[in-house]
Each structure stands twice: as C-alpha cells, then as structure tokens.
Design a protein around this ligand. Structure first.
Ligand code: MG
Length: 211
C-alpha cells in the first residue's frame, strides 16, 4: 500500500458546516443561503432563482468572470454590486460555521508532514465568505471550481489536484460529504472518505494509518 502523503478536503459540509444541523443551539431558525437573500430582498424564492438564473451555474463552473456575475445579478436585483457582495457575505456567514475541531486537527496532521489540500465547488459569491484567506492560506494546494473552470465530479478537476500535488492517486485521500463526488476519486485510485462527522472522519483516517 502506498503511503498517504496528502489529504484533500471538500469545503461545504466538511471544512464549513451547515448550522441547520444544530439549529437548536442558535435559538433561531437558520435560513438557507438563497432563502436568506430572497427574504432580505423581499422577493419570492421563484423570483430570486429567476434572477440568478444561469449566472450562478456558470460562475460555479468558472465560465463567467466574477465582475460579470456580480454586475449582472446586482442589476437583476436592482442593487449595487457592493450591496450584493455584502448580502451574500451575510447569507453565507449566517448559514455556515467553520469546522473548528477539524481545523485544530489539521495542525497535528501538518506537523506529521502531511500536505493539506482543498478541492471545492464554489461560485464567485461564496468563495470569499466561506474560504477566508486567513484560514485557507495554510493549504498547500487550493483548487476551487470558479477559479479553475472545472467542477466536481468532472475527473479533470481531480487530475488537476494530483498534478499540483505532484503525487500519484494512491498517495492521496479525498474527504467529501457527497458520495457522487467521491466516485471519480476512487476510480482514479485515490482513497476516499465520505464525511459524516468529525469523529467518524478521524476514525476513518486512523484506519488508513493517519492519526
Ligand atoms: Mg460538500
């Protein structure tokens, strides 16, 4: 068995957790990101989705520039680009929290010499709120869909991570909360762990000899 040299993490549902999973702690109903924005703009969810339309998907796949997506959606909502960015910042911050326990564990893994990487699907308006530079500068390789023009589960984006890491698939493990994102990784020969919670992740890593 090849020795694992790098651990690659997904963001939403792994490094950033949905607050709705423990909503009781927050003493209020945690709105979904889109629901939050629609409510702030006082429009229906249907009208909201019509307004972001294909720009959202195109942005996620890096097929449109950040400037263009912000300008177009702001115009549809009849607000300024600055206000739009602020709105989404608030939406993502109220919906997600950083997985602090996992970030602490990352420091231990780093000390043992593992390379830490990120493979994430984001659109231009979620990248900054969810992946603050201060927290994410530690990752040796950061592959984000809207920046590279590819998204999961396209095998090409997995190959891109491996190329940047300069490692063989068998020397890496990929952690994602969605099974469909793990399939291409397994097919390439990477180890794959479906994230459910921190305890289970640490246990699964241990079984791969990582602790
Ligand atoms: Mg995810």
């Amino acid at each position: 068995m090849a020795k694992i040299k790098a651990i690659i993490f997904d963001v939403c549902g792994v490094l950033a957790l949905d607050k709705r999973k423990d909503a009781a702690k927050y003493n209020r109903r945690v709105l979904g990101v889109h629901e939050y924005v629609a409510k702030k703009l006082k429009i229906s969810l249907d009208q909201y989705f019509d307004s972001i339309d294909t720009d959202y998907t195109k942005s996620m796949a890096g097929e449109i520039s950040e400037e263009k997506v912000v300008k177009e959606i702001a115009a549809n909502f009849k607000i300024t680009p600055k206000k739009l960015k602020k709105l989404y910042l608030g939406a993502y911050e109220s919906h997600f929290k950083q997985n602090e326990q996992l970030f602490k564990e990352l420091s231990k893994l780093e000390k043992q010499g593992y390379i830490l990487a990120v493979l994430s699907d984001q659109w231009h308006l979620s990248e900054d709120p969810l992946m603050p530079k201060k927290l994410y500068k530690r990752f040796g390789v950061l592959i984000v869909s809207c920046d590279v023009g590819l998204r999961k589960p396209d095998p090409k984006i997995y190959k891109l991570v491996l190329k940047k890491l300069k490692l063989k698939p068998s020397q890496t493990v990929f952690v994602d909360n969605q099974e469909w994102n793990l399939k291409p990784a397994r097919k390439l020969g990477m180890k794959a762990i479906q994230f459910k919670n921190n305890k289970q992740l640490f246990q699964d890593l241990k079984e791969l000899g990582i602790e």
